[in-house]
Design a protein around this ligand. Structure first.
Ligand code: HEC
Length: 93
């Protein structure tokens, strides 16, 4: 019995509650970045993020995301998601 219950939970309804813990980079972007960087990464309050990989290394992107820079606030992305987020942003074309 308990086994069956566990499996049910894993398969189905995990999506919304664990949002911040295991969100995809796209979801994080929509929630935390879109207002300043635009729905197509074209920029707004912040610079365009398309092609940012030509200007910054993954580590530099990570640094901006972690520590903020200028008018960009630090700590928008939870620590366990920062690596994936930095690689995603770095790879935008
Ligand atoms: C409150 C507005 C705001 C939000 C929200 C925001 N940013 Fe920014 N971002 C900025 C600004 C402004 C800059 C330029 C900082 C400077 O003056 O150097 C910037 C710069 C950057 C840069 C460096 C770009 C470059 O060309 O050097 C990256 C990468 C970046 N942001 C990623 C993100 C990500 C990822 C998120 C969401 C987790 C995010 N930003 C959320 C305002 C924002």
């Amino acid at each position: 019995m308990p086994k069956i219950l566990l499996r049910k939970k894993e398969g189905g309804e995990k999506t919304e509650e664990t949002e911040s813990a295991s969100a995809s980079p796209e979801d994080i972007y929509k929630q935390n970045c879109i207002s300043c960087h635009g729905d197509a990464y074209q920029g707004g309050v912040g610079p365009a993020l398309k092609g940012v990989g030509d200007r910054l290394s993954v580590d530099e992107v990570k640094d901006v995301i972690t520590n903020g820079r200028g008018a960009m606030p630090p700590g928008l992305v939870e620590e366990q998601n920062v690596d994936a987020m930095a690689e995603y942003i770095h790879g935008l074309k």
